[in-house]
Design a protein around this ligand. Structure first.
Ligand code: ZN
Length: 169
């Protein structure tokens, strides 16, 4: 599966990570001060911890070989070049509430971010209704975007399904 090909401008395209995916624009990429969202929502904290544990498994880690970033670099190689582990990349994500944001309010997204962004907006209501392994898969999906994975192609659902295939067992 390939990421979006080419284009520097694509880095600013918002990716809605959902069961029905579409693109929108208009989020500025500035990182807010690290929110205490995970302290308020223990389920989110558990999801990140669970995702972290999954990424310790080489079978799960192999999902990085399944995708490329917007410049055509395989994500496992992109990560290696960064000098970080997948767990450290996951730790970098800043999770914020997407409540009140159109992508959440239209009830089609579970989370959204921008390619190469560490700031991830979580649509809390639908997210908390997911099974635990699906929550973890959504966070790993977002971590892949932080490494430069685009969307459409591959479809949002295809990304999450591949993460589940590799990581949920
Ligand atoms: Zn996505």
């Amino acid at each position: 599966m390939r990421g979006i090909v080419g284009g520097r401008g694509l880095g600013r395209v918002l990716v809605g990570c959902s069961f029905v995916s579409y693109l929108a624009e208009g989020l500025d990429g500035s990182a807010p001060p690290r929110p205490a969202l995970e302290d308020k929502i223990p389920e989110l904290k558990r999801a990140r911890q669970g995702a972290r544990e999954r990424l310790a498994d080489p079978q799960c880690l192999a999902v990085l070989k399944d995708f490329e970033n917007v410049n055509g670099g395989r994500l496992d190689q992109v990560l290696r070049a960064s000098g970080r582990t997948a767990q450290e990349q996951l730790d970098l994500l800043v999770l914020e509430s997407g409540l009140g944001r159109p992508l959440c309010d239209r009830r089609v997204s579970l989370a959204f971010t921008q390619v190469h962004s560490r700031v991830v907006s979580i649509c809390l209501r639908p997210f908390t209704l997911l099974r635990r392994q699906e929550q973890q898969a959504v966070l790993i999906h977002e971590m892949l975007h932080s490494l430069g994975l685009g969307e459409n192609p591959p479809e949002s659902t295809a990304i999450t399904e591949q993460v589940l295939k590799r990581c949920a067992h």
